[in-house]
Design a protein. Sequence first.
Length: 671
Amino acid sequence: MQSQNVPVRVVSLAAHSGAGKTTLAEALLVQSGALLRAGRVEDGTTQSDHTDAEKAHGFSISTSVLRLSHRGTDLTLLDTPGYADFVREIRGGIRAADSVLVLVSAVSGVEVGTERVWATADRFAMPRIVVISKMDRERANFSAVLADIRASLRGPVAPAFLPVGEGPGFRGVVDVLAANEDEVPGELRPALAEAREALVDAIVETDDELMTRYLEGEEIGTDELRAAFLRAVHAGTLYPVIPVSAETGVGVPELLGLMVDGLRSASERGVVTGVDGQTREPTPDAPASARVWRVSVDPYVGKLAYIRVWSGTIRPGDTLRNTTRGVDVKPAHLYVVSGKELTEVPELRAGMVGVLTKLPDLHTGDTLADPAHPIEYDPLILPDPAHTVALFPRTRLDEDRLSGAVARLLDEDPTLRFERQPQTGELLLSGMGDMHTTIAVEKLAALGVNVDTGVPQIPYRETIRASSQAQGKHRKQSGGHGQYGDCHLRLDPGEGFSFRSEVVGGAIPSKYLPSIEKGVGDAMQRGPLAGYPMQDVHVAVTHGSYHDVDSSDLAFRTAGALAFRNAVEGARPVLLEPVMLLKVRAPAQFTGDLIGDLQTRRARVQGMDPEGTVITVTAVVPQSELQTYSADLRSLTGDRGAFSVKPYGYQEVPEHLAKKVIEARKAAAAG
């Protein structure tokens, strides 16, 4: 439990997958004395990756909370996943923090995930420290990665420390401001002089008074520069860069010191603002408010709601208003968490990250507030799913349990989607990528529901490309009242569906027109080619006849369906497929591979936008060509690409492919 007077700093660790966040978190815990010995990701022994799924897969799936103290300051580390599939965890972890450590691999440089977390930090004006990690690895190159950072990431970036050696020879770091040139290796002195000049320039640009004195030629003392440097880091007007090896510990003490001295505390971030402009001071004596930044389900404890307390103090038994949903909750117990360990505490104060248990009305993004002083914070903005699998329960019992288990997953993770596809009848689970849906299926198994997965069926449609006219006559006489309906329809291709009457002279009473339209709707549910629903047809009733006694709504509904089916045969029917608007971001070095791959997928490239060392390719691609794109892109770019998709309408299927789809559909129906 943090002491009442101890500063609290909540820091998010964010990066592209594989940059070494979890290993760095272990090193920081060891350096602070919170942990005696660092665990290893490969062995499943780290404090962060403590779930069975994380141990099995060897990477972070959820954001872990870790707590340590150093030089009289409490630090809460939020170790976020690197895979873009777990964007809810990444964004939630950044939103719950006061500052961000952005890790960039000394071998791989800036990657798509780096840019993604940087943009999130920009959106919320987060102070940050840039850590060039893995400096002990072969092919580590500090200068090249620093240039990559400057070219790709917007903002005032400057190295505060330089490496002594690189790769296996990485043996120390040099403080750019404080180092005496006589005490550093001779080969490093030119780089140190250049870095110091760049850092001093960056510092004075954040302070008008210093800038004036600097331009007038006055020499600024090291202590004064140091104080201005820390103020700039604290304010987020300067992003210092430090090289580190978490494996060997080189640079870790300096990083921990910089975090304590330079990053802002929770009480120093300034007022927090609600969606309606209301504000709260981030102090323990202000009215209480908090945001739920993640939800998880523990098999033993039940539902866990992770909260960041933005203002005030929360105690057990306090009534809190969930202003997002308009319900009150009363937590009986309050906890702090470090790794997998929950510790009950008597209160949660402003700046703390805590956990509430067994409160079903709490969901990711919800705001909690003192009912006498309600406030609502802006929700967590999350992207739409990009990858979908079909679920097939293995047994009837699995089928019966599926909806309840999926509901628990959706409550825990709002980036998942689940639906029954109305056209195909399949049960579809959608997530941010193939890894996301794989983990979700594993969670279903842990909840006692076993399913197989498959590639979803494509919801093809049919339409017409020419105008056509035909008659539909339904006549049946079987003694007594018969059935009689007769109508002539004209079909025209066009966007959307329309139905109108061009009947003159009362050839068909108007009361029967709605029945004809219903018959047309019936017929459009099964197109003539492969039985897929039809769309984009304009229908006009041009003529017909009726019988005073035998005509009825049912007869004209049947006649309308017959007329439509007869007319559509001569209207040049075609098969349509859904297309998606695809946006792919990847290092520019993969541009040729991306374009070549998209061409094999029948894509129409709409544009290519370079941004530093990364390129965004926009294309319209048939949905059928994107069924395995998540895994394919990971393979194509070495897990350095990301993508998003959204529906973009329908287009005609090429004739040779349409023939295969139609034959397969007919074979399935016959079988």
